[in-house]
Design a protein around this ligand. Sequence first.
Ligand code: URA
Length: 480
Amino acid sequence: MLVRLASETDLAGFRQEARALLARGVPPSEVVWAAESGQDDLFAEDVPAPAGEPRAAAVTVSVPAAFLELCNTVVLHIDPQRFALLYRLLWRLAREPGLRHDPLDADMLQARQLAQSVRRDIHKMHAFVRFRTVADDDPSGEPLHVAWFEPEHHIVEANAPWFKRRFANMRWAILTPRRCVAWDRRELHFLPGAGRDAAPPPDAGEQLWLTYYQSIFNPARLKLRMMQQEMPRKYWRNLPEAQLIAPLAAQAQERSGRMLEAPATIPLKRIPLFAAVPQAPAGPGLPALNEAMQACRACPLGATATQAVPGEGPLQPGLMFVGEQPGDQEDLRGRPFVGPAGQLLDRAFTQAGIARQEIFVTNAVRHFSFELRGKRRIHKTPQQQEADACRHWLEHEIAQVQPRALVALGATAARALLGRAVPVLKERGTWHARGDGLQVLVTLHPSALLRMPSEQLPAAFDAFVGDLRRAAAGPAPVAG
Ligand code: URA
């Protein structure tokens, strides 16, 4: 008996047909399963009812939830025999009560292996999709991000919601040979497969990404074998950074030698400990404010940092960007966002069309919070009391600078600006009003990008740039 399913991943159809076949007692050896591969053809014909009497006793089968979970994943496998395997298992589950507890059963083992291979493919798609920006004529003016990917299995539809959640604010399309998916910021659209030539060529952002990849590559941490396990060679041809791996690996030993020889960073000066918390000056002027904050000891951070780091930029800017706290470089130089996170932020500004000299950049916390590891000062997230103690400096700064809108980089800044704990991943890319009417756009902190596995970085960087573009476009005018 030939049973045709509407599509390669038609689990609902499979369940319905399998239930009917089991009820009629049709043994697995008499069923041939065929899935439509023309993804847009809707399955038209019903399975014809079998002639004659059932050949085995009809049974209904109730299966454990874990088996349904397994079916969900196995149907995504490329193996044409997957439906036959699942039907055989259903048939046997109804007749062999011990089967569900037999860890060594060959059919069960095979199903688990198929599921494992699908899960690995799903994970690789999360990690190795690389978007390129395409300018189209969309009325929103937002660029379209297009990626080419070659999954092993039928995972595009199952994986689409993950990309939708992750890149909710971007317009994007992922092209694959068997199925394509596009997100227009409202709904997902599934389309037939595409050819590789439909994918856009390398763009300017990609060169930026390559330069960036080169600059964050840490030779002391290179583990080539692990890297190849995580990033198998078959994915390399679609990964722009793969071309850098061999040359960077070749220089790794020499570069890590140089890193070991370089002196550790040492604070330039210590500020004597004051007990008093200075008042922010009532009069105008950032210089007075900045001078006053140097003496702040409202929390312990001021005693160990080199200096308080004030914000910088023009007065009455379109945007004021608020980070978490100065890092090692910022603490030494007394300027915000001049270290690695600042460099990444500058790249994102450039790509989003934001001129740094036209915006104000500052931090929620004024002193560097760190712990010592040997001679190195390692960033430590400031405690809530420390951020609270610093909040009045930020508010005075906002009052002096008078930005048209604010951007919170990360959770500490978002909390300082909005006065509540903000789930950044959920609320990123959107505007939130403060009590004083100022609007705040929330996005990730650039250091969060620096901490990401390198394979996730390009897409995350694109999404970050998307948030900055939204910030640059400004909040929607308030009605009335
Ligand atoms: N991280 C921040 O939040 N601010 C800086 O100034 C530097 C790194």
